[in-house]
Ligand binder design. Structure first.
Ligand code: ZN
Length: 181
């Protein structure tokens, strides 16, 4: 949560996976994405399949359904049986003084949010997010007489109503695009 109140237009890239800082954020890279087939049909129960295998297939199928629903912003149930409510749009709130809502008003926020969930596909959504996040080298900083290692900074951009890219803070960015913050 500490990040929610750190309202700069960028954040450190010290971690290797950009969206894993908090459990509630949209996570483009998770362990579920790699091994799941994109099938939506329930597994066919064939006679010679042992019951253990069928249980596993059913689990896989349920996870696949849950993942699709999550990507579409619909209510879904996690593997630990937690029900995650649908992602409905609510106006972005962030505590910083930059008044991003003047640049990206509510109508625009809603359009950006709806666009993200209309993609309904994990890979498209990830690509969309990455198209809006720029990575830049941080200006050199000196700590004592040791030059700190080259650090990267992420810049979060949202297209305003004229499609001009506007820098916003991470909190605003995430709450606008995906409703996760
Ligand atoms: Zn902010």
């Amino acid at each position: 949560m500490e990040d929610a109140h750190r309202c700069s237009t960028s954040s450190d890239l010290s971690d290797s996976e950009p969206f894993q800082e908090s459990g509630s954020e949209f996570v483009p890279f998770d362990e579920e994405s790699a091994d799941e087939p994109s099938v939506t049909d329930p597994p066919k129960a064939s006679r010679d399949v042992k019951s253990r295998k069928r249980v596993r297939n059913e689990k896989k199928w349920r996870r696949s359904v849950a993942k699709k629903k999550r990507c579409a912003g619909e209510e879904y149930t996690t593997r630990s049986n937690r029900v995650v409510p649908a992602k409905t749009f609510s106006p972005c709130v962030c505590s910083c003084k930059h008044h991003y809502k003047n640049m990206i008003p509510e109508k625009r926020q809603r359009a950006l949010h709806q666009y993200f969930y209309s993609l309904e596909n994990f890979d498209f959504q990830t690509a969309h997010l990455f198209s809006l996040i720029k990575v830049e080298n941080k200006l050199r900083t000196y700590t004592g007489n040791l030059q700190s290692r080259r650090e990267k900074t992420r810049i979060f951009l949202l297209p305003d109503k004229n499609d001009a890219e506007r820098k916003v803070c991470k909190t605003f960015f995430l709450s606008c695009i995906s409703g996760y913050s």
